[in-house]
Design a binder for this molecule. Structure first.
Ligand SMILES: *[C@@H]1O[C@H](CO)[C@@H](O)[C@H](O)[C@H]1NC(C)=O
Ligand SMILES: *[C@@H]1O[C@H](CO)[C@@H](O)[C@H](O)[C@H]1NC(C)=O
Ligand SMILES: *[C@@H]1O[C@H](CO)[C@@H](O)[C@H](O)[C@H]1NC(C)=O
Ligand SMILES: *[C@@H]1O[C@H](CO)[C@@H](O)[C@H](O)[C@H]1NC(C)=O
Length: 327
């Protein structure tokens, strides 16, 4: 009915054409109202902010337990582990992904925990093994296993990531994939965003179920982390993104910590059920770690192995335990 642009509305007599501004006001009124409503909506917290608040609320009771953080390696590298040096103050440290204020801001309940479990040989970590080894171990392990910092192979064909057929074994064994944030594993390039990481979490959820998803940031162990996930203070932003993607509170809590705790208690149960079984205590020579079971994926020139003997040792320790766990 109303002519917005022509200025020749049949409802407006030509003698009042110079009053068009007045009639335009009426014509525009609904649009103005709409604009005002929009402005009011924008002044309210956006859905993004609401999700962030929701994330903070959830994480205040279920802080994240991340599968892999390399701060210990940074401390070794920077300070030769001399933690009494004034510069090694974990509150003031400012060129690492991890320090105490950032951990607090990120609602981090545990990192490195998993490595300690590995050291104690309590949980099998398949993050650094070949696909064949993943399959064999998932097939024979009595207890669920974890990938402490690996992402989805179908989204980025990096051999540190977990292929879909292995994700199905992860699902059938109640195991866990703690998604790595390293740009090179997320997008197979040197740039990535928080949303790309959420895509990996969505994918693991789609193929293996929400109970198979965890966080395995790899902070302080990698040179490039995604925009939006710059350091350990940013976990709540990723949780907000999962909420925005309609993850339920239960699924989010699972990914934050409860899935890992479930695997851990299952591992303990299996351990208890095998109390009478004799231990395999033959050590594995360090040189043997270069065998075909261990990947060099992601570590050109084998630099990763030379750089991180403790992580390299975690696997044989875990495998040694696994062997003792087999009937
Ligand atoms: C580390 O720095 C904080 C903040 O300046 C200070 O309160 C704390 O005493 C320092 N810790 C050590 C062990 O020096
Ligand atoms: C970072 O920490 C070092 C050592 O504590 C300090 O000398 C430096 O001024 C700090 N830099 C910033 C930007 O806070
Ligand atoms: C392990 O592999 C064998 C041989 O392929 C298969 O028969 C068996 O069902 C597998 N077990 C599990 C737990 O997947
Ligand atoms: C989340 O759920 C809402 C309401 O059911 C729906 O409109 C929206 O498209 C969903 N978002 C995603 C990313 O699935």
């Amino acid at each position: 009915m109303c002519s917005h642009g022509g200025g020749r509305s049949p409802l407006v007599p030509s003698s009042t054409q110079q009053k068009m501004p007045d009639s335009s006001v009426w014509v525009l009124a609904p649009a103005l109202t709409l604009a005002l409503v929009l402005a009011l909506v924008l002044a309210l917290p956006s859905t993004g902010e609401q999700h962030l608040e929701e994330a903070e609320r959830i994480m205040s009771t279920t802080p994240v337990i991340d599968g892999h953080n390399d701060l210990p390696w940074q401390l070794l590298w920077k300070f030769n582990n001399q933690l009494r040096l004034p510069a090694a103050n974990l509150t003031l440290l400012n060129d690492t992904h991890t320090n105490i204020p950032k951990l607090r801001q990120g609602h981090v309940g545990g990192q490195m925990v998993v490595e300690e479990m590995n050291r104690l040989g309590m949980m099998v970590d398949l993050a650094h093994v070949s696909v064949d080894t993943m399959k064999v171990v998932l097939n024979i392990s009595k207890a669920p296993v974890i990938f402490s910092h690996s992402s989805a192979y179908s989204l980025c064909q990096h051999r540190r990531n977990v292929p879909d057929d292995v994700l199905q074994l992860v699902a059938s064994t109640g195991s866990l994939v703690m998604v790595n944030f390293y740009n090179a594993y997320v997008t197979c390039s040197d740039k990535a965003t928080l949303s790309d990481v959420a895509d990996h979490m969505d994918h693991v959820k789609k193929v293996a179920g929400a109970q198979a998803v965890g966080f395995g940031g790899d902070y302080d162990g990698v040179p490039g982390v995604p925009a939006g996930l710059e350091d350990v203070s940013k976990y709540p932003a990723l949780v907000a993104e999962l909420l925005a993607r309609n993850w339920t509170e239960r699924e989010v809590k699972g990914a934050l910590a409860e899935n890992l705790l479930r695997v851990f208690s299952r591992v303990e149960e299996v351990k208890r059920s095998l109390q009478g079984t004799a231990a395999h205590e033959t050590p594995i020579a360090f040189e043997e770690l270069q065998g075909p079971c261990r990947t060099r994926y992601g570590y050109p020139n084998g630099a990763g192995t030379a750089r991180r003997p403790p992580a390299a040792l975690a696997l044989p320790l875990a495998l040694a335990l696994l062997l003792s766990v087999l009937s």
